[in-house]
Design a protein around this ligand. Structure first.
Ligand SMILES: [Zn+2]
Length: 196
């Protein structure tokens, strides 16, 4: 099996595994490999996805929640990397308030090793919460407004007080969030934000 895989590119092997379909939504156009982190780049740590899925995974702020109804099928895929990506995307949908995603995740049984891998890509449940200026807990996908003018280092602009920042992400530091202002993804001190 090893030799057989090595004789092909990862992309060819993935296309063969998936039957030339996006392993998440089933689309057949614009397919390319995507590493499921932490990945060693092998077939077992990669999936093949269409441009729509890839774009929304790489930039969660563009996530079209209805597109991801496809996970209700693809979460049953036998391949661990597909299960892992489905798990993570369902988790992201839950953070956006999609209750159907919670129902799907509740049904999904993963092998313990696979579940451990899936959770590596998620915010740590034991981590300290991220608070806004009013001590409200912030979560990925929330919208916030800035409570003071912030000089954005390196980007050469000031994010004005009152600016709405949609679809924030959390960081490994509970005092920092990330969000897009003026088209730039910037790190913002969470205490300078108010949940919108
Ligand atoms: Zn797709």
């Amino acid at each position: 099996m090893g030799l057989y895989v090595n004789s092909m590119s990862i992309e060819q092997a993935l296309l063969q595994r998936s039957g030339h379909q996006c392993e998440l939504c089933g689309a057949s156009d614009g397919l390319s490999p995507l590493a499921v982190e932490p990945s060693d780049g092998t077939l077992d740590k990669s999936i093949v996805v269409c441009e729509t899925c890839k774009g929304q995974i790489e930039d969660p702020s563009t996530m079209d929640v209805n597109h991801w109804r496809c996970l209700n099928d693809s979460m049953w895929n036998q391949e661990a990397p597909v299960q892992v990506m489905a798990y993570r995307q369902l988790f992201a949908l839950i953070a956006k308030g999609e209750t159907w995603a919670q129902d799907s995740l509740d049904m999904l049984y993963l092998d313990p090793e696979v579940e451990k891998w899936a959770k590596m890509g998620l915010p740590d449940e034991d981590a300290e919460p991220t608070y806004d200026v009013n001590k409200a807990v912030l979560q990925a996908g929330d919208s916030v407004t800035l409570v003071k003018d912030l000089v954005v280092k390196g980007a050469n602009f000031t994010a004005k007080q009152g600016t709405l920042v949609k679809n924030i992400s959390l960081t490994s530091n509970p005092k920092h969030i990330e969000g897009k202002v003026n088209g730039s993804q910037i790190v913002i001190i969470s205490e300078y934000c108010k949940k919108a």
